[in-house]
Design a protein around this ligand. Structure first.
Ligand SMILES: [Zn+2]
Ligand SMILES: [Zn+2]
Length: 259
């Protein structure tokens, strides 16, 4: 089975293409289970996400294509939620979804994955930045709110890499993810960024496999052509660490399927 659980829509204001175009591309990419997980609304950096009053229409749109293409593909409904202290909103978290992706895109009010604010990397100690990032990932796990950790080492996207071994920096976060029984996605979007590799890195994946943490796959598509990109490479990457199964969800119940 080919699973792809991380994909956006134009409602986040930084993606292109209709839902139909995404689904048609997913079917053409032989994907069996395709999840829409658009950026959930939040009262912070509101330009990069849907509005609160769009959630119902977003869900209706996804359920519409779910029915329309039911003979060809399983469509799932989800959100990618920003983990930012004080901004988790119960109006979001009470929605009925197949799964939740918890992601860190901000350290304090610094949107570190936004090229506009790239200068901030020069102002801080790189190992401290990375430690703060993985402390935030640990908080995602400790919150027990989410099913999947989004792009676990997003901090590397502009290639500001830690001097210290990332396995030491991420150790407590990985332990917390194991304890919370969460899934980690292998996300191909990093291949489109300056760092030019999937999330997680090879080194981090060693630590994840050692802890026997379940994985899944995500294109993190912001355009139809992103869907299925490097799919075989991502599967081969996971298999090289001994993985044969990946996770999928329905109404927040997880199952593991062979990929
Ligand atoms: Zn996005
Ligand atoms: Zn994200």
């Amino acid at each position: 089975m080919i699973i792809d659980l991380h994909n956006h829509t134009t409602r986040c204001n930084h993606a292109v293409g209709s839902l139909d175009e995404y689904v048609v591309k997913a079917i053409a990419s032989n994907i069996n289970v395709f999840g829409f997980s658009d950026h959930a609304p939040m009262r912070f950096d509101e330009a990069y996400r849907m509005r609160f009053d769009e959630m119902e229409a977003y869900e209706r749109d996804v359920l519409h294509v779910k029915e329309k293409y039911a003979d060809s593909i399983s469509i799932l409904l989800a959100y990618e939620v920003d983990y930012l202290d004080g901004y988790i909103d119960e109006n979001v978290m009470k929605r009925e979804v197949d799964y939740w992706i918890g992601s860190v895109h901000y350290l304090g009010n610094w949107g570190f994955d936004n090229p506009e604010f790239i200068g901030e990397y020069q102002n801080r100690d790189i190992d401290e930045i990375w430690q703060h990032y993985f402390d935030a990932i640990k908080a995602v796990a400790d919150s027990s709110l989410f099913d999947i950790v989004g792009h676990i080492d997003l901090m590397k996207l502009f290639k500001y890499l830690p001097k210290k071994d990332v396995r030491l920096i991420a150790k407590e976060a990985i332990k917390a993810i194991k304890k919370a029984d969460m899934v980690i996605e292998i996300n191909a979007a990093g291949l489109r960024k300056p760092v030019s590799e999937q999330y997680p890195s090879h080194l981090l994946m060693e630590l994840i496999a050692e802890h026997d943490i379940p994985i899944t796959f995500g294109s993190d598509a912001h355009a139809p052509e992103h869907i299925g990109y490097a799919q075989e490479q991502m599967h081969a990457f996971a298999k090289s660490f001994g993985y044969k199964k990946c996770a999928t969800f329905q109404n927040r119940a997880r199952s593991l399927v062979t990929f």
